[in-house]
Ligand binder design. Structure first.
Ligand code: C2E
Ligand code: MG
Ligand code: MG
Length: 711
């Protein structure tokens, strides 16, 4: 231990050490204790100097107190410890060379000043801190307010500017607010909306779940729902919407409001309805089309036990003739008229009429007693066609063949039912048309469907299933055979011999008629040539070949004919091409050109089935024809004796007109000698019919001609 006594500096430091040890534990500072002591040392020095100063300044104590606050000795305990320390040790360590009593007084005054300075500093600091906090709070609050304002402004803008309708209502359904889009959708004003209740907005077409979902939402059991819903506008029209309703809860999660967002789908819905209408209705007649009919039929066939269906399948008789001879516009008008009439036949619930295409219509009846109803329906349909249809001042007779199918639901599919109806309709047509027939399962099984025939047609030509029969054409004056008409047949592997009425329309439809027609022409020309070789003394036998309208428009017609005649070595004069009247009436020059070319070469052109096509007799002059073939319907009127005088007059008129135009007249369908005699008297030139011979093999004709020649 050093004997050297401590200097004043050492003592000052010791005071600082004691002070720091007393206060450090209650100080919230990040300094270490020695570092803290270093901070206190200058304060200790100031106190020491104040204590010993010539003139005493208690204010030094104030600044030391304030410095303590600045040094984070803000704990109340820190001040009292500091004062205790000053009280006990300041005079002891720093006032050894002065009068003790005066030093003690000074120390006491310094302590008071320290306390005052400390309190002052602490208050200021607290104030400053509070101010900072409140300032911060203020700043924060205004930032929040601004943000709120912003978001509300944004919300307002969205609310008002939205193209979608937005409405807010309370949970009782009282409407509180609506945006402009919603008002525009409804076509009402804010006032008229505000007083209203959501629950008033029922609509006849509301789906059952619409109001159930609503109840669940307002009870707080569901957060939102989405439905398609209609509303009545004030003017009574319907507003269709996609509606989304959401539940709005308050800060505590309790249901508070309902928010509705609605999108106006009225236009889209109308468009969809329109598109659906167009997809399911026939543009010409406005009747339901095949698609819609199949939907209904399938529904009827899927109906429950005890339910039945009845179906009438109608095909107009001879519609093609009308279409060909009067033009498509007239044909269309006829179809529209027929459609209207049919529509009025099936007006009861569960009944419908549809157009399947072309001149084919269907009428459907459903329910438990269709056995009776379908019969009545078929009767009404036949009746509806009785009155002629007036088009362009002409009364057109409309006839139709109907196939009727009736049965219980749940047994057959739509396609099968329709097939049966089609077959039955065909049976009605084969039986002469203008009637209805009832479906018969056995007949169905045997029936030949048009579809089946159509698909078999192309192969039939390749396989040589077609053959030709010839029906003699007889000169009425002397009874001699002048030639024959070639009539094609199809020897079908399953169905036996099919007449041309069964497959020619199908061949026309598929285009096969062109190669088939060429084949017939080739065969017939070869046949005619062979007759001439074998029968030179009976005069040249001619051959008549039928041309279908499709062949007329085919560009190869003239060249094919020329080639065939040359190849087979037959004179053009020995060939007559028969074209139906309906194919030529209204024909333009382009269509007539090939026929004119053929006529110039010497080929005869005959107007077939004359009298069925509503043609204008004055038109005959334009046509390159040399023969009129009077339709069978004229000869039919002469079957009974005495013949119908009106028929006689008509035929007489036609014959004299034809002759005045240099046309020869051939009559078809002569079945009796009486008819033949009548027609001869009336001046007809040639005849054809069962009275002379049915169509048969080519050898028969040769024999007949030979008999002629001999007899
Ligand atoms: P079409 O040219 O008027 O032929 C006359 C039709 O009357 C034939 O019927 C014939 O068998 C029938 N027939 C003849 N005499 C009598 C009779 O005394 N009484 C009755 N009730 N009928 C008689 P088919 O053979 O059934 O021919 C029907 C139609 O098919 C023909 O009418 C013709 O338009 C068409 N056709 C026939 N062969 C061909 C062909 O090779 N090509 C084209 N495009 N059509 C053909
Ligand atoms: Mg013919
Ligand atoms: Mg004919």
């Amino acid at each position: 231990m050093s004997a050297e006594p401590d200097g004043p500096e050492d003592r000052l430091r010791r005071f600082a050490t004691i002070w720091s040890r007393a206060v450090f534990p209650v100080t919230s500072t990040s300094l270490t204790r020695p570092e803290f002591e270093e901070q206190l040392l200058p304060l200790a020095r100031r106190l020491s100097e104040a204590l010993r100063a010539r003139t005493f300044e208690a204010a030094e104590g104030r600044s030391v107190g304030a410095a303590l606050v600045a040094a984070h000795c803000t704990d109340p305990e820190a001040l009292s410890r500091a004062l205790d320390c000053v009280d006990a040790y300041l005079v002891l360590y720093c006032g050894e060379d002065g009068p003790k009593e005066a030093l003690r007084t000074r120390s006491a005054r310094l302590q008071h000043a320290m306390a005052a300075g400390y309190a002052e500093a602490l208050r200021e600091r607290t104030l400053a801190e509070q101010q900072a906090i409140s300032q911060a709070a203020l700043t924060a609050r205004s930032a929040v307010a601004e943000a709120l304002h912003d978001s509300e402004a944004r919300f307002r803008a969205v609310f008002e500017g939205a193209a979608i309708g937005i409405g807010i209502a309370d949970l009782e359904g009282n409407i509180l607010q609506c945006n402009g889009a919603l008002l525009r959708m409804f076509g009402g004003s804010e006032q008229t909306m505000r007083g209203r209740k959501v629950t008033e907005w029922t609509h006849a077409e509301d789906a059952p779940q619409v109001w159930r979902l609503y109840e669940e939402l307002v009870r707080g059991e569901r957060e939102h729902y989405h439905v398609e819903k209609a509303f009545y506008r004030p003017d009574g029209t319907a507003l269709w919407t996609n509606l989304t309703v959401s539940l709005l809860r308050d800060a505590d999660g309790a249901p508070q409001y309902q928010l509705a967002l609605m999108e106006d789908t009225t236009e889209r819905r109308l468009l969809n309805l329109r598109l659906r209408y167009e997809a399911t209705h026939d543009a010409l007649t406005g009747l339901p089309n095949r698609t819609l009919f199949f939907e209904r039929l399938e529904k009827a066939l899927a109906a429950g036990e005890g339910q039945r269906f009845g179906l009438c399948y109608l095909d107009l008789d001879g519609f093609k003739t009308i279409n060909d001879s009067l033009g498509h516009a007239a044909g269309d008008r006829l179809l529209v008229e027929v459609a209207d009439r049919l529509q009025s036949c099936a007006t009861a619930p569960g009944e419908m009429v549809a157009r399947l295409g072309g001149d084919e219509f269907v009428a459907l009846t459903t329910g438990p007693d269709t056995e009776r109803k379908v019969d009545e329906l078929a009767g009404r349909i036949m009746n509806a066609l009785v009155t002629p249809v007036s088009i362009d001042g002409r009364d057109l007779t409309v006839r139709g063949s109907v196939g009727v199918v009736e049965g219980p639901a749940g047994e057959r599919g739509a396609a099968e039912v329709l097939r049966s109806a089609d077959i039955t309709m065909y049976r009605a047509k084969s039986a002469g048309g203008n009637r209805f027939e009832l479906a018969d399962p056995e007949a169905d099984a045997r029936a030949i469907t048009r579809n089946g025939l159509t698909t078999a047609l192309p192969a039939a030509l390749d396989r040589g299933e077609f053959f030709i029969e010839y029906q003699p054409l007889v000169h009425l004056g002397d009874g001699s055979v002048r030639g024959a008409e070639a009539l094609v047949r199809w020897l079908h592997p399953q169905h036996g011999v099919l007449g041309p009425d069964r497959f020619i329309p199908l061949a026309e439809h598929t285009g096969l008629i062109v190669p088939l027609g060429r084949w017939v022409l080739e065969q017939s020309v070869r046949q005619a040539r062979s007759w001439q070789e074998r029968n030179s003394d009976a005069g040249p036998l001619r051959v008549n070949v039928n041309l279908s309208p499709c062949q007329l428009t085919h560009p190869g017609l003239v060249q094919d004919t020329v080639d065939i005649l040359e190849r087979e070595g037959l004179d053009a004069q020995a060939l007559c091409l028969e074209v139906t009247e309906s194919a030529l009436i209204g024909a333009d020059d382009d269509l007539l050109k090939p026929l004119r070319r053929l006529a110039e070469m010497g080929v005869d052109i005959a107007l077939d089935d004359f009298g069925t096509g509503y043609s204008n007799l004055a038109n005959l002059r334009r046509l390159p024809v040399s023969i009129l073939k009077l339709d069978r319907s004229f000869t039919r009127g002469m079957q009974q004796f005495p013949a119908d005088p009106v028929d006689l007059k008509i035929v007489e008129g036609i014959v004299s007109l034809a002759h005045s135009l240099d046309l020869a007249v051939t009559v078809e369908g002569v079945e009796t000698g009486a008819q033949a005699e009548q027609l001869r008297i009336l001046g007809c030139d040639t005849a054809q019919g069962w009275y002379y011979a049915r169509p048969g093999p080519p050898e028969r004709l040769h024999e007949l001609a030979l008999v002629d020649a001999v007899g």
